[in-house]
Design a protein around this ligand. Structure first.
Ligand code: UDP
Length: 322
């Protein structure tokens, strides 16, 4: 197949492109390089089945042409990372909502099979024991810019489902839960895993926000990619929303300790008030644990890589890069 990956120079998109190439597909990446990096795909430039188009998903003509030439679309292009969202909520919404509209409209016109990359952020701050795909979304006030990312991704999901129901677009929606692995950008996407690893390797203080008792379920990149590919290929995923996650809950303080131990670092673990990092108008998600049964049932997907193993691989990658 000839496959289009929007955001294919980004952290998840570039790993997805590698996997699709390894499966023998022809891969076209479109990325505006705002967050994506040439370094994430340089190793594919010699591959005749790989091509890269530098462009914006807001460019409807470009996207229309690219979609027409492909059999399937993975739509991952987005502004991501809490810091980016807080710094530029306007661009976050323009790219993530408008841009997704452009991609879905093109996909629906050509009836191409699509996967929409969504996020566990859609659930908001509801601290229920396990987040089921059908659960309510719990968000704070619009004064808190953080929630515009959640709202934008939820609107994307509504768009995808409306195109599916009204225009017959074959589409599956995947909600990622704190994906981590090689190629994370500690400054760009700003994932806590990349930040802690780099702080530990530099011997700098590991900065835990608040009391560190907020929790996440970190999902290794190979599992994230596997779930995404299955969502595109399993027929029963058509029109469905699926958590792509490993249900291994870890508090952020535990993560800091694990990273410090695994790197052999002597960094101290410090507590930083949320306000110092994100300003006054900020709310965090206290607990985020996925229900994984639906992905198991529909996709036969089960995340395989334990946190300790995934962290080891990610630490090795950051070490080698130095
Ligand atoms: N976090 C932290 N220290 C950092 C960066 C992040 O304690 O230097 C916390 C952050 O406040 C949140 C969790 O780690 O509670 C996960 O943050 P991230 O931005 O990776 O993803 P989120 O799940 O919040 O989208």
């Amino acid at each position: 197949m000839r496959v289009l990956v929007t955001g294919g120079a980004g952290y998840i998109g570039s790993h997805l492109a590698d996997r699709l190439l390894a499966e023998g597909h022809t891969v076209v990446v479109v990325d505006d390089l705002s967050l994506g990096k040439v370094a994430n795909m340089q190793h594919n430039f010699e591959n005749s089945r790989f091509s890269f188009v530098e462009g914006d998903i807001l460019d409807a003509r470009l996207i229309g042409d690219l979609v027409d030439q492909c059999d399937a679309i993975y739509h991952l292009a987005a502004v991501v990372g809490v810091k980016h969202v807080l710094n530029d909520p306007l661009q976050t919404m323009i790219t993530n909502v408008w841009g997704t509209g452009v991609v879905l409209e093109a996909a629906a016109k050509s009836k191409r099979r699509a996967v929409l990359a969504s996020s566990s952020e859609v659930y908001g701050k509801g601290a229920v024991p396990r987040l089921d795909e059908d659960d309510d979304r719990v968000l704070g006030t619009t004064q808190v810019s953080r929630w515009c990312y959640s709202t934008g991704k939820a609107l994307d999901e509504h768009l995808a489902l409306a195109y599916h129901r009204q225009k017959g677009l074959p589409v599956a929606i995947v909600r990622y839960f704190n994906s981590y692995g090689p190629r994370l950008d500690p400054h760009g996407y700003g994932s806590v895993v990349a930040k802690f690893i780099n702080q530990a390797l530099d011997g700098q203080p590991i900065t835990v926000h608040g009391d560190g008792q907020q929790s996440r379920c970190f999902t290794y990149i190979d599992d994230t990619v596997e779930g995404t590919v299955l969502a595109a290929t399993v027929d029963a995923a058509n029109g469905e929303v699926l958590n792509i996650a490993r249900a291994e809950e870890t508090t952020i303080h535990q993560l800091a300790e694990t990273v410090r131990d695994a790197t052999g670092s002597s960094s101290e673990i410090t507590s930083v008030p949320y306000e110092a990092e994100y300003g006054k108008l900020f709310e965090d998600t206290r607990r985020r644990v996925p229900a994984v049964e639906k992905a198991e049932r529909v996709l036969r997907f089960r995340a395989q890589v334990p946190l300790a193993k995934g962290l080891e691989r990610t630490i090795n990658w950051f070490r080698d890069k130095r």
